[in-house]
Design a protein around this ligand. Structure first.
Ligand code: GLC
Length: 497
């Protein structure tokens, strides 16, 4: 009988690391004005380091906290042609949680008490400089990314410059780009004439199929036209922005690029937002003991903010940029009615003056029931998530929204309008099936919202067991990054090949 020999060859292979570069105008823990910073600070950490080398470029703002500036080390500098001048480009470095950060320094652009100013033209010039500098530093830091992941309008020029200016050079050839929309409302628009001068791009870029939109130059549009793929931060928002209501004038383009557009819902950092270990809150708790422990935080916060001491009063939290997007017109409209109920309302955030003053007014009028904290504090935000019974987020539009995810994590029941990421992440309570993690309403209508809040009050006061089960389900939901980070990785793989 013949013998059958099977040779097993042993192959060895090397995993080729794919190099990804995030470029954004803000990122936690260095600088934050909104949810963009949370995403830029938490997503890179969660991308699998076995297969991907992810690095991040941010501006070095002079308004960064000193303790953060102390973490940066100077690497080098050079001068770059920009807007008829030779501009200084400093490069600094830092490493946080295994992710390498680079900072672009130029104090004439990145000075001021805040990252962003009200001078739209200056903002355009500042971020045009940032985009060009971000590409120019790559050979200097010796990092040739396979893909550049751009975030919001401030980085919209990167795909444009890359495709039309840089890809002639060997180093840049073949680099892919992704443009992520965190908020379509902000696009970086200014007159064609001036943007042409600032960017140095020739006239033929400023046509309707490229950077021009409604007679202006539009930097986000440039990014959306030139990027290899487009993402936004929830499935529902990815659909909504193809319509005229949510499309902010770019719905036609987004429809045309629908095949390259996908929604990937944001996650949150489950280490930073964890009621069991959170150092910012007075009483730590978890899904097993929240029924007893959570209320202790409410008591402490009532005392800290001068609210009436009342364990029973349903506390509604709001932590937000105070802008029209967030639905504050609805709240202003029904605030007097709502304050007749046994509720307390705690607000934290800054933004448009009319909303800041609106909340100050109601704090004065219903002192003891309403607490308006018109500033921003990370520590207080955590206390509000931990102390409130419900969290109110009636947004007009919401690309993803992170506060509702933080609320779910802290056993605080979200009350939201069914739009964008709010619709995708909060499952409405169904009393017949015993399902759901929050409460929601459909139309942008103040009394529809009030009706929903009052329905939530009814469950809270009259059906406490049901309420607690809603909390149980919310705390069990998983909005950590690992599911969404995989989706980004799949997209990177697919684009890089
Ligand atoms: C913007 C959006 C918000 C989103 C965040 C992060 O702030 O308004 O909905 O969660 O970006 O993607």
């Amino acid at each position: 009988m013949d013998c059958l020999y099977i040779r097993i060859a042993s192959y060895s292979w090397r995993v080729v690391m794919k190099k990804i570069l995030f470029v954004a105008s803000e990122g936690v823990p260095f600088i934050k004005t909104g949810g963009l910073a949370d995403v830029v600070g938490s997503l890179p950490k969660c991308i699998d380091k076995k297969y991907f080398d992810v690095r991040v470029i941010l501006p070095k703002y002079t308004c960064m906290k000193q303790e953060m500036k102390d973490k940066l080390t100077y690497k080098t500098h050079f001068y770059m042609d920009f807007h008829w001048k030779e501009e200084y480009v400093g490069i600094l470095e830092a490493e946080v949680d295994g992710v390498k950060y680079y900072f672009i320094d130029n104090e004439s652009y990145f000075n001021g008490f805040q990252p962003y100013s009200d001078n739209a033209l200056f903002e355009i010039e500042k971020y045009a400089f940032f985009c060009k500098a971000a590409l120019c530093i790559l050979p200097v830091i010796d990092f040739r990314p396979d893909l550049i992941h751009c975030h919001d309008w401030q980085t919209g020029l990167i795909p444009v410059y890359l495709k039309e200016r840089f890809q002639g050079g060997e180093f840049y050839r073949g680099i892919k780009t992704v443009m992520t929309i965190h908020n379509l409302k902000f696009q970086g628009k200014w007159s064609v004439k001036e943007v042409k001068e600032i960017t140095g791009l020739p006239g033929y870029f400023f046509t309707a199929d490229k950077l021009e939109a409604y007679k202006d130059a539009n930097l986000l549009k440039g990014g959306l036209v030139y990027a290899d793929a487009i993402t936004t931060v929830s499935n529902t928002y990815a659909e909504e922005i193809k319509t005229a209501f949510y499309g902010e004038g770019l719905n036609g383009l987004l429809c045309a690029r629908a095949g390259d557009l996908r929604g990937i819902v944001n996650g949150i950092d489950y280490e930073e937002f964890n009621p069991e270990t959170d150092k910012n809150i007075d009483f730590r708790y978890n899904a097993a003991n929240f029924r007893k422990e959570k209320v202790k935080n409410k008591r402490a916060l009532q005392e800290e903010l001068g609210l009436n001491q009342d364990d029973k009063a349903m506390m509604l939290g709001i932590v937000s940029r105070l802008t029209g997007q967030k639905g504050f017109d609805l709240i202003a409209y029904i605030m007097d009615e709502l304050c007749q109920d046994n509720v307390q309302i705690v607000v934290l955030g800054t933004g448009e003056e009319q909303y800041e003053n609106m909340f100050r007014h109601f704090d004065w009028k219903y002192h003891g029931k309403v607490s308006a904290n018109i500033y921003y504090s990370d520590a207080l935000s955590h206390k509000i998530y931990a102390s409130s019974d419900a969290f109110l987020m009636p947004s007009l539009f919401e690309p993803c929204g992170l506060s509702q995810l933080m609320s779910l994590r802290y056993g605080t029941v979200p009350i939201v309008r069914e739009t964008g990421g709010l619709k995708d992440t909060v499952q409405p309570y169904n009393e017949y099936e015993g399902t759901g993690t929050g409460f929601s309403f459909t139309n942008y209508n103040a009394h529809e919202m009030l009706g929903t809040i009052r329905y939530a009050e009814h469950i809270y006061y009259d059906k406490k067991r049901e309420w607690n089960k809603i909390v149980d389900r919310g705390m069990a939901a998983d909005f950590s990054w690992h599911v969404s980070a995989k989706k980004y990785q799949e997209m990177y793989d697919w684009l890089i090949g």
